[in-house]
Ligand binder design. Structure first.
Ligand code: URA
Length: 208
């Protein structure tokens, strides 16, 4: 199944707090990063390892390290920035590929305004971060862009996913696994996830 709803107690608890409308910007921002880190832990469970030898306190020790070119984190601006540090906490050496996709509020269509991608995308796991998978338009456009640039190992981390967005990604990119803290009920007529979190970008940045 390309959709993974991670029902870890820490995630359930933090997401429950994030749903409170009166949660402060500071707390919402911190919890976005914390849940992102917990999703990262799950989404990287099968990263390939290779053996290596280190000089330990009692001589040479056989250990393991992550194989290959490793990871690029792909925050979809603006709200994806709110999950970036959470991923980097666990994968500090990851390259960051910034993607700017704005949703046209009338048509709800995705429009690209920034594309600054890491090199050697064909050798990296790309972890896209965006708090809300709503219609899926931004996510599908980002995956299209990454694949065009050579990426072939892509996963998406989202705090909350709507069935409509999951379906859009699954239909157009069935190879992309989605990791989320919650699959919510539906989208309302304005394109917001119900019950959702409201406007995640505004809540992370403290804007209205
Ligand atoms: N973007 C958000 O920030 N919230 C939603 O519910 C949908 C899209």
């Amino acid at each position: 199944m390309p959709i993974h709803e991670i029902r870890h107690p820490l995630i359930r608890h933090k997401l429950g707090l994030m749903r409170k409308a009166d949660l402060s910007t500071k707390n919402f921002r911190e919890m976005s990063q914390e849940v992102a880190a917990l999703l990262t832990y799950e989404a990287t469970k099968d990263l390939p390892l290779e053996p290596t030898v280190v000089q330990g306190w009692c001589g040479h020790i056989n250990v393991e390290k992550i194989a290959g070119k490793k990871v690029t984190v792909v925050p979809i601006l603006r709200a994806g920035i709110g999950m970036l540090d959470g991923v980097l906490t666990l994968i500090p050496g990851a390259k960051v590929s910034a993607v700017g996709i704005a949703r046209n509020e009338e048509t709800l269509q995705a429009q690209t305004y920034l594309e600054r991608l890491a090199d050697s995308l064909d050798q990296r796991l790309a972890l896209i971060v965006d708090p809300m998978l709503a219609t899926g338009g931004s996510m599908v456009a980002t995956i299209d862009m990454l694949k065009k640039a050579g990426a072939n190992n892509i996963r998406a981390l989202v705090l909350v996913a709507a069935p409509e967005g999951i379906k859009a990604v699954e239909t157009q990119h069935p190879d992309v696994h989605i990791y989320t803290a919650s699959i919510d009920s539906h989208l309302n007529d304005d394109g917001y996830i119900i019950p959702g979190l409201g406007d995640a970008g505004d809540r992370i940045f403290g804007t209205r």
